[in-house]
Ligand binder design. Sequence first.
Ligand code: AP5
Length: 215
Amino acid sequence: MKIILLGAPGAGKGTQAKRLESDFGWPQISTGDLLRDAVSSKSELGLEAKFIMEQGNLVSNQLVLQIIEERISKDDMSSGFILDGFPRNVDQALDLELLLTNLEKIINKVIYLKVDHDILMKRLTGRRTCSLTGKLLNIYFSPKHEIDECINNRGKLIQRSDDNEKTIRKRLQVYNQETAPLIKFYKERKSLNIILADKEVDDVYADLLSSLEIN
Ligand code: AP5
């Protein structure tokens, strides 16, 4: 299954993609994670991306396409993949169509995780990653035992540098201007499935599986 997960920052794309990856083995391709890896490795690409990401803007289409092309051509993509955070504007969507045509692949589902904007700020300011397990947590929404499990095992709760209020506001503004038009783009291609994603993680996942016609 080849899936695009669309949605605003904090909509839960990463959370849901990781569950699908773990249950079905389709690799999650998160352009945000790939860019953060490049930043950590201080590669040329990473140095170029760092400042732009800290400002909450989009990295250039050319740079992102380069990392997507490299990742999507790997062998582990044959059974499927989950695109999380790509495409991010109409030009990237058109580039993706061309790339997939060349690779003789098609997207099976485009899923839009729809969340009220008021909730997004709380989800994003509360997001933490456990330094021991890499598990995605939230100081407002995760069960207390999951947070305690990390801390009691001497893990640290790491906050992303772009999860501060000022940058989040910018990311949401960029989303509205650049990414939201993709909803119309995929609606016109009759391939959009909308999921109301301001529910519990498990309930969103159940709806996601129904949309994918899995259960
Ligand atoms: P990226 O890493 O893609 O960030 P994003 O799109 O802003 O999305 P997030 O990762 O913030 O949110 P998410 O939807 O994955 O939510 P999550 O599951 O983590 O991009 C970062 C930057 O990289 C961009 O700003 C840009 O600069 C650059 N970039 C990336 N891709 C690009 C591209 N294609 N082109 C150009 N530039 C690009 O959940 C958030 C929190 O909420 C977590 O704490 C989670 O536990 C919690 N949560 C999730 N679901 C629920 C729920 N149902 N109920 C309660 N809490 C929940």
